[in-house]
Design a binder for this molecule. Structure first.
Ligand code: GRF
Length: 211
């Protein structure tokens, strides 16, 4: 049985590329479709190169964001998707969309949440003078970067570095942490405590930490 992903993107798509390279067609995991929030996103070229079904869902092409999200939800559902991955998707999704796919949407965020949610998280951490930052993969709820944490990895910021260098290090972490989280979800190794849905536990197996 396959485990099918919808990947939502807005920009460069380097996380989409990591998913394609490390997961697509392996261990039953398939990228079923790619949706972009804007035309011209370089991520769309990556989807095309990998011969994946891809479509643009720009709010401007619909009545409003709720209507866009309804069309997006129908398209995703038509691909029989098990998990929706926000990989650099720079827009909020409507509550109806989140509720429809509850517990089946994950996001990658470039900070150690709950620190520095929202936009420009790397810049926020540097400006704050934080000595550590990192990457979080979390379930998506109706708030901004507020859902239960699945995996986190720390990046030390022991001294001031150019933002480009920190961004490069963060991306390297994202490109292994997000595929690792998806692999764990596909294996059913991610458990949410029903009595406290904030608490996510992972049943690790040898090899889960590898790229
Ligand atoms: C990543 O840093 C992600 O954490 C953030 O947006 C960036 C997207 O990068 N939300 P890419 O489009 O995957 O290259």
């Amino acid at each position: 049985m396959s485990y099918r992903l919808a990947v939502l993107v807005s920009g460069e798509g380097s996380n989409l590329q990591a998913i394609i390279d490390k997961l697509h067609g392996r261990d039953g995991i398939e990228v079923a479709c790619v949706a972009a929030s804007r035309a011209g996103a370089p991520a769309l070229e990556r989807a095309e190169r990998a011969q994946l079904p891809a479509r643009v869902f720009a709010t401007a092409d619909h009545l409003d964001r709720a209507a866009r999200d309804e069309a997006l939800a129908e398209w995703i559902a038509s691909h029989g998707v098990d998990l929706i991955v926000l990989a650099g998707f720079m827009e909020l999704l409507s509550p109806a969309f989140i509720r429809r796919f509850e517990g089946r949407i994950v996001n990658v965020h470039p900070s150690l949440l709950p620190a520095f949610p929202g936009l420009r998280a790397i810049e926020q951490a540097l400006r704050y003078g934080a000595k550590v930052t990192g990457v979080t993969v979390h379930f998506v709820d109706e708030g901004v970067d507020s859902g239960p944490v699945i995996l986190q990895e720390v990046l030390a910021l022991p001294y001031s570095r150019p933002i480009e260098a920190v961004e490069a290090s963060i991306h390297q972490i994202e490109h292994r942490l997000l595929p690792r989280a998806i692999r764990l979800l596909a294996r059913g190794a991610v458990k949410v405590d029903p009595s406290d849905p904030r608490v996510v536990s992972i049943e690790e197996e040898d090899g889960d930490g590898s790229d």
